[in-house]
Design a protein. Structure first.
Lengths: 211, 211
DNA sequence: CTCCATTATTGACGATAGTCAATGATATGC
DNA sequence: GCATATCATTGACTATCGTCAATAATGGAG
């Protein structure tokens, strides 16, 4: 994006959105054995939106009502602790996030969600999701399966984090999400690994020159 | 349980199971607006079982097919890493666990589930769960909500673990799950906090005598 | 291109964690 | 109740991390 003017980004995103709209409709029709109108109704609840790098999607104190899927870009979740930013997640292409708790209990989230890059999201409000669940049990089934997968993924992340050292966690990112190291500033990656930027810098040094 | 003979434990568990059966049927009828027969069918898929402390529920290499709710007792999840036990979860009363991944993909789990205490579980095989979902969308709805809650809980645990130091994690357990400190051997708690038993011992000392 | 703000690296030092070994305390089985 | 295995604590030492401060590199804005 470095030398690309915003206008171009926007244009690029528009065609990307058009492509994804088509794909998504096809997937819906493929996975759901329901009427054409049903597909239309579900599809029309999905919104596509383009965001500029550095902007904020949600911040502490706000209720977060949407389920978001990343079509392109990167979203960072973090909160402030004693004035320090603690980065807890990086969401990238094909990952989704939501806060059912915030929506159903009408409670503000305790974290920020910001865009690390120019980003394109598809999103559905959780209240329409719930309405559609009632109307189309098959849709609920598909989403439930997705939630089960997500649950298992977070369990694994927790297990992995709990049972490894900072250096192992860094190697783990190197292996499983190598793109992150390019996409994300190092001080954000550091707190994502549960350490300080200085420590991460030294870990990288240790790895590159294993004397 | 120390001075209780196994026969007594069993008897105690039998009456506990009887009580929970009644309660659970009532809850089903309360939360699900479906026919009497539907309630019966769902209820009959739930099994109640009593386990002795120290025994194993699942071990690496086995496929884990049940969704388990703890009525009484404590289950520990751990795996071996370089010959070391890494404890990753303690499940206690009213908590549930399952591995949808293991069941649906027919893949063995990579961890042990063992009983830290004499334990009573109610369980449903995930395949019957899925069958019942098809037949009773309302049942799926209720379970889906439970899974959403669980997902959010694990996200929060991960955030909490990532953004705190060993001593903060210990204080966190002291605050949120004080019973664990009594119920669970310290070396297991240590690896649950991501540290060695020696370090936990020193942390406890630091806290008790803050010179 | 230059300037300036932000980010990354390095150094020095104290605090904490890991490791290995020894000793105490506790539980468990016989 | 005693013997033994397991678990918890302590000590000594090393490695790593956090902190604070200084310097170097990077990247945007104008």
């Amino acid at each position: 994006m470095k030398t690309t003017r915003q206008k171009d980004v926007f244009k690029e995103h528009q065609s990307l959105i058009a492509r994804h709209k088509k794909e998504m409709k096809n997937s819906l029709a493929e996975y759901l054995q329901i009427s054409e109108e049903g597909i239309e109704e579900i599809f029309s609840a999905i919104h596509f939106k383009s965001y500029k790098s550095g902007t904020v999607l949600v911040e502490p104190g706000e209720v977060f009502n949407d389920c978001c899927l990343i079509l392109k870009g990167c979203v960072r979740q973090y909160h402030l602790q004693d004035g320090e930013e603690k980065t807890t997640f990086f969401f990238t292409e094909d990952q989704w996030f939501a806060s059912y708790y915030s929506t159903t209990q009408n409670k503000p989230v305790p974290y920020y969600l910001t865009f690390v890059e120019d980003t394109v999201l598809s999103m559905m409000s959780i209240s329409s999701e719930y309405d559609l669940f009632k109307k189309y049990p098959e849709f609920e089934s598909v989403c439930r399966t997705g939630i089960e997968e997500q649950l298992e993924k977070y369990q694994e992340m927790l297990v992995s984090f709990m049972s490894s050292s900072p250096i192992q966690r860094y190697m783990n990112v190197l292996e499983n999400r190598p793109d992150l190291i390019q996409r994300v500033p190092q001080y954000q990656l550091a707190s994502y690994l549960g350490i300080t930027p200085e420590s991460l810098s030294r870990i990288r040094k240790r790895i590159s020159s294993p004397k």
